[in-house]
Each structure stands twice: as C-alpha cells, then as structure tokens.
Design a protein around this ligand. Structure first.
Ligand code: NAD
Length: 736
C-alpha cells in the first residue's frame, strides 16, 4: 500500500520508526485514510518477524490534534441517510460499526504482540492521545508548549477510541472522571505525575529513548491485559468504589445540571466499563459513543464550537482580495480599565504598543497593569521574567499623541463620553498616517456618528472588546455606514493576531452581545419583581445552562452601568422603550441604597471579606410580591431566560445587525456564555424547532407582555418550517 500520511523506517535493531506527517496540513488529524494506513502499518509490524517493535512519532511540531471532525459530521449524516432508507435499527448498527473502527484499530495495535511506544514530540489531543494510551509506553520530548489531553467533552463528545477505559484503568476513578469531564490539556510534568506519560526526555533524545525501551525488553502488553490486573481504585462494588461513584454523580449533577449527554455518557461508561474486562468495556464505550453522536447537542456543539469557530478564526468574514495586514505598532488611547488590557494582549502577541493617556502618570499606570498580569504568569510558571521584560519593552507609555505617527492601527478607549471621544479623534487624526485605521472601543455610542468626527470615515471602525480582555475570547467588529473593506480586513487581522475570535456586527444600539445579555439581566429583574425568590432565579439560570445567574451577572458588570444605560435609553427613545418595574428596582438599589454591584461590595449580593458572596438579605424589602416556590413552573423560568436572549438574536438577524448565523451562535457562547450545549442563541431555536419556539413565545407574550413577541422573520420561518441554518446557510469559507 502506498503511504501518504506515514513513513516507516526500520533500523538495524529491527525497530520500526513510524513518522506521521500528513501532507498539506499544519497538524496531523485522524481521518479514514490515516486509519487505513495506520492499520496496514500495525499489520506489517505484527506480521513481519524481522520487526521487533515500533515507535510512532510525528514529523510536525505537534503530534496530533485529534480526529477530523468533518469525518464525525459525515458519520452522523450517513446515519441519517441509512435510517431514512433502511430504518432506524440499520442506521444505528451502521453508526456503531463505523464509529468504533478507530477503537478497534487501537485495540489491534495494543494486542498485536509487538511493543509500541509513543514518542510524543508536542501537543497531542483527543484521538491522537488515545493512540498514545493504547501504546505500551509513552515518552515525551521536554517541550514547555506540549500538552496532552482528551478535550472531546468541550464539543459535546467524549473519547470513543478507548480513552475512557484506559484512563480509568490508569488512575483513581475520581481522577479519571475529572480528567475526562473537564477535558483539560495538561503539561508534561503534570502528565508524568498522573502517570499518563511515562518519561520526559530532552527533545534530541526522544527517539533513542523510545527505542531503548523496546531494546531493553519492554513488553507488548498493557497492565489491564495481564491476569490478576487490579484497578487502581479497587472494584466498583467495594467500599472505595461506593465512596467514589455516588458522590461523583452528585458532583456531575451540580456541574452540568444534566444538560450535556456526553458528560452523562462518561459517567456511565466509566462506571459500567470498570466492571467488565477491557474488550467488553470497549464495546460499551462504543455503544455510548454511537449514541452520543446522534444527539442534537453534539451536532450543535461541533458545529458552533469547532467548525464555525474555526471558520471565523480563519477569516470567513474577511473581505476578499485585500492583502493581510502586518502590525508593527498599535496605538491605544486611554490607558484605563480597558485600554491597559488591550495594550497587554497586543504586546503579548509580539506587537509594539503606544499607550496614551492624559498625563504620563496615568499612562504609566496603564502600562503597570501589564507588569502585574505578566508577574502572575511568571508566578504560575507560565512565563519567565525575561518574557515579562521583553513584553514591557514593547509598550511605550506616554501622553504625547505624536507617538502615534507610525502606528498601523489606533484604538481609542477613553471615557464613554461623546465630547471626549470627539476631541481624542481630532487630536489623533492630525498625527496618524494616511493609511492608518482608527478604531473605537465604545460600548454604546453609534460608530457611524463617531466616524463623522474622523477625516475619512472609511478608515473608521468599531473594535469592541469584552471585559476582562485577557480572558474573553470574543471581539465584535462594528461597521459604521461608511466603514471600508480595508478597515474591516485590518480590524479582523488584528483580532486574529491577538488570537481572539472576531464577529462582524452592523451598527446598532448595544451592538449584538450586549443587546442579548441585557435582556437576560432584565428577565432576572422582572422575575424578582414578580415574586420569584432570588435564589431560585439564580439556580434556574444555571439549570438552563448559563454560567452565572442574571443577578450575579448584573453585580459583575455593575448595577450603576445598567442604571445609566436604562436612563440613556429612556432619554433617547422615550418611556415606552424601557420597563418601569426594572427602572424602579434599579433606582431603589443604585440611587437610594448605593448598591453598585461587586465593585463596591454591595449589589444583589453582599461580598463579605474572606468568605463567599451571599444574596443580600435586604432584597426582601424590595420584593413587594412573593410567590410560593412550589407553585412556580421551573421549566417556564428556564425557557424565559434563554428565549429572551434568542429572540433578541433573531431580531438582530431580522434587522441585519448580524448577517451570518455562525457569528450569532459563536458570539453568544464566547461573549456571554449562552448555554453552550445548545450551540448558541440561533441553534437553540433550530434545535427546538422554529414552530415550537414561536408557539412558546406567543404563550409567554400573552402572560408576560410584548417582550416575548416573535419578530415577523420568525413567524414566517415557523410557517414555512425553516431553520436558521437552512434559510441562512453560511457562505463557504474564504481563505485569507
Ligand atoms: P476608564 O475610565 O477605566 O478608562 C478611560 C481612560 O481614558 C482613563 O484612563 C482616562 O484617563 C483616559 N482618558 C480620558 N480622556 C482622555 C484623553 N483625552 N486622552 C487620553 N486619555 C484619556 O474606562 P474603561 O472602562 O476603560 O472604558 C473605556 C472605553 O471602553 C469606553 O468607551 C467604554 O464604553 C468601553 N468599554 C468598556 C467596557 C468595560 O467593561 N468597562 C467594555 C467594553 C467597552
């Protein structure tokens, strides 16, 4: 068989070196052809008496990124076809048979009678790491960037090629469950402590060390295939087992609220698998894997969190034909809360930064923020002090606008005040070059109107970051009416250079993410005013899949900010544009009681020093009505909290604020943590079915008012049986 992905070289000691280097790919991934070739190699090694054993490594910087998810998507599609043509039973059989091929291949390697060693030269994840686990020994090259892990859970799947069974036989079951359920990628020292990597050696000695293990008589058998093998944590039905599994179930429920079928499957396969011999256990894993592949949650998560995210990161929405922007120097005006952090992430990407504030002291203070963040990294062992010094040397803090002269892009993050912004824009435009792009990080002011202050509105754009900038992966790029393609391409290239995900949004009050999230917070306020107990609001929100309840979230972003936005909306659009009950509540909290949120230690919660936050007991004074908790429909509360956000996303599509469904979905998960198992705000509607969603909205509209009124677009879609991904199928990605 001619090999495309692998090279096989056998040395004079009879040890085969298998080098995996898929052509035309930056990383190795597992697809059908890779499986076919690897299978032929395993048979060759097994059947050739001259070969004593094999070492597998990669010809790239990394070992393997995991399975090709388009292959997984194809499997699901095939299942649907077979099911339609030959019935569900045949479909399920076919899916099971096909989806376990990788598991069978690894099992064949493991039991082939020849020793296999994984020589891990860099990052190895998912199916790639499952291959390493099936090998009889794992040696890794000492490389601070290397990570190993099984992150499948993050896209609604779980390791289905033996990973759950081998991991659970290598460590205590509680640790195994954590590793599988968190999907963390661990560094080599930790992997060695966890005994999922046997040795870490200098990079230059990797292959020699791997071969030596075979030469020294390494056995072609894994511990679980040896008679008398004992599970690290003892039997499932034992005192120790009972100390693990029942509490693990409780933790699972607390962490997931049973929203993630793949997480539940991990609990199940580890529990069942550990009671069986390995071959049967692998079958159980495969059955569950095939079942999970059929869930709408897996399909939605793969689509949004992998396929769409990758497409957006590769510049799917970048205007074609514009050469990639190169950034030597970026100017940031306003070295406050946001500006200082934008400076940090820019410098972290290796770009020079000019950080400007009103005076030298304020600019220096902003620069110091980077020092603080880098010191945290140094203390955690994630960076060296030399890295910190290098980063600091890239940032020039100054009050002199003249320093902006040779910047490729300037981002303003001064006070949210139109007058201050206008003055800043005027001062900057006199010094920046003719080609430089000017961006505003405003969160509320229309980009089109700010662009009017700039000499050439085509070069003016919004680059809207979320706080904390260091952690939030989403950036909204806001187009003013006259923003040109070069400005858009430049902004996108910048966001991709600092390794964040851009979405393109047309100018609108609140842009996209904040529009949705403000509705979520408002719904929490209105539930409170109806008499729903505050703890119930918070818990139900997490049950619905949100990372934090609406009242907590309001505390985090500051109650006075919400109050300011509400007053501004009322002033601009009139009293019918705001909710009177919400106004009353915020006025009571902010104006009359000085409760501003976490920032002053007083909001919906109290923040006592040294102990966890707790709901403020005084809330009862503000709740003029109380409902008997036993009479409250929990499912309806959950629906309300998600539906208000999805409705706003649908309105954004209708109004043309969002023009690509992928951006609404990815943006809602990255921007405000919208229940990830749904695949995002629009996927949630598709998953429920547009008709059912619209019916539910109408029911809620009758009970709670016009905020639940479905927009015309949705009503039309419901009538026609359309979905967002059917009606607005994203354009194929344009490589940039
Ligand atoms: P901030 O008050 O912390 O920082 C503003 C900084 O701008 C201050 O350091 C101030 O000294 C400086 N400044 C004011 N006038 C200036 C001038 N003429 N020249 C140079 N510097 C000047 O405010 P922030 O929270 O960082 O917000 C900045 C911008 O970012 C606002 O437009 C805001 O709407 C937007 N934003 C804020 C958040 C957030 O979570 N805080 C999120 C997204 C966007």
């Amino acid at each position: 068989m001619s090999m495309v992905h692998f090279k096989l070289e056998t040395d004079t000691d009879g040890i085969a070196l298998v080098i995996w280097d898929s052509p035309g790919r930056s990383m190795n991934v597992i697809d059908l052809k890779v499986m076919e070739e690897l299978s032929a190699i395993v048979e060759k090694v097994a059947g050739d008496a001259a070969i004593k054993g094999a070492v597998i490594t990669s010809g790239k910087d990394t070992f393997c990124a995991g399975a090709d998810l388009t292959m997984i998507e194809m499997l699901s599609r095939e299942f649907t076809d077979v099911m339609r043509e030959q019935g569900e039973e045949m479909g399920v059989h076919r899916l099971y048979d096909e989806s376990r091929r990788l598991s069978q291949l690894y099992r064949r390697l493991e039991t082939s009678g020849k020793p296999w060693v994984a020589a891990i030269n860099g990052l190895t994840l998912g199916g790639g790491f499952e291959l390493c686990l099936a090998c009889h020994h794992r040696v890794a090259a000492d490389n601070p960037k290397a990570r190993v892990g099984l992150p499948e859970i993050k896209i609604g799947l779980f390791p289905g090629a033996g990973g759950t069974q081998r991991i659970a036989r290598m460590m205590m079951p509680g640790d195994a469950l954590q590793f599988l359920l968190k999907g963390d990628q661990v560094r080599l020292p930790q992997a060695k402590t966890m005994k999922i990597v046997d040795a870490v050696v200098p990079a230059g000695e990797l292959i020699a060390a791997a071969k030596k293990w075979i030469k020294d008589g390494g056995k072609p058998v894994n511990p679980w295939d040896i008679d008398g093998f004992r599970l690290p944590g003892g039997l499932v039905y034992s005192k120790a087992g009972m100390m693990t599994f029942p509490p693990a179930n409780a933790i699972y429920r607390r962490e997931t609220y049973d929203n993630y079928p793949a997480a539940r499957a991990i609990m199940q396969v580890v529990y069942e698998g550990l009671q069986l011999p390995i071959d049967l256990a692998l079958r159980v894993e495969s059955r569950w894997f095939a079942r999970i592949l059929r869930t709408p949650e897996a399909a939605a998560m793969i689509r949004s969190l992998f396929v769409s995210m990758q497409e957006l990161n590769k510049g799917a929405r970048r205007p074609p034909g514009i050469p990639p922007a190169k950034f030597k120097k970026i100017g940031i005006i306003g070295a406050g809360f946001m500006g200082a952090s934008i400076g940090y992430v820019t410098a972290l990407a290796g770009i020079e930064v000019v950080l400007i504030d009103r005076d030298q002291e304020a600019a220096d203070k902003g620069k110091q923020h980077s020092h603080k963040l880098m010191t945290e990294q140094v203390n955690r062992g994630r960076a060296t002090s030399a890295d910190r010094e290098a980063l600091m040397s890239r940032i020039t803090a100054t009050a002199d606008y003249g320093a902006l002269a040779d910047c490729d892009l300037v981002i303003e993050a001064v006070f949210e005040d139109r007058r201050v912004k206008a003055e800043t824009i005027k001062k900057a435009q006199d010094v920046i070059g003719d080609k430089a792009i000017f961006a505003s990080n405003t969160s509320t002011l229309p980009i089109t109107s700010l662009a009017g202050e700039f000499k050439e509105p085509a070069r003016f754009i919004g680059i809207h970051f979320f706080s904390p900038v260091e952690r939030m992966m989403l950036v909204e790029i806001i187009l003013g009416k006259e923003t040109g393609d070069v400005a858009l391409a430049t902004a996108m290239d910048f966001v991709r250079t600092i390794r964040k995900t851009p979405i393109v949004v047309n100018d609108s009050r609140g842009f996209f993410a904040n529009r949705c999230v403000l509705n979520y917070i408002q719904e929490g306020h209105l539930m409170f005013m109806e008499g729903v107990p505050a703890p119930m609001i918070e818990n139900v929100a997490r049950m619905a899949g949100m990372p934090v309840g609406p009242l907590s979230l309001n505390d985090e972003v500051a109650l006075d900010l919400g109050w300011k936005i509400l007053k501004a909306t009322e002033a601009d659009l009139g009293p019918q544009a705001i909710n009177a009950e919400q106004k009353w509540l915020l006025e009571e909290l902010v104006e009359k009681r000085g409760r501003l949120g976490r920032k002053n230690g007083k909001g919906f919660y109290d923040y006592p020093q040294g102990s966890p936050k707790r709901l403020w007991p005084g809330l009862s004074e503000l709740q003029t009505k109380t409902l008997d908790p036993d009479t409250i429909d929990i499912q309806e509360l959950k629906h309300r909290l998600l539906i208000v956000q999805s409705l706003e996303a649908a309105r954004c599509v209708e109004e043309g604020v969002i023009t690509d469904v992928r951006e609404a979905d990815v943006g809602s998960i990255l921007g405000f943590g919208f229940a990830p198992f749904t695949g995002g705000t629009l996927s949630y509607i598709d998953m429920m079915g547009t008709k059912r969603f619209v019916d539910l909205c109408k029911k809620l509209e009758k009970k709670y008012g016009p905020r639940f009124q479905p927009p015309k677009l949705l009503v039309d879609m419901a009538q026609k049986g359309d979905t967002f991904y059917g009606r607005f199928a994203p354009a194929p990605a344009q490589a940039a």
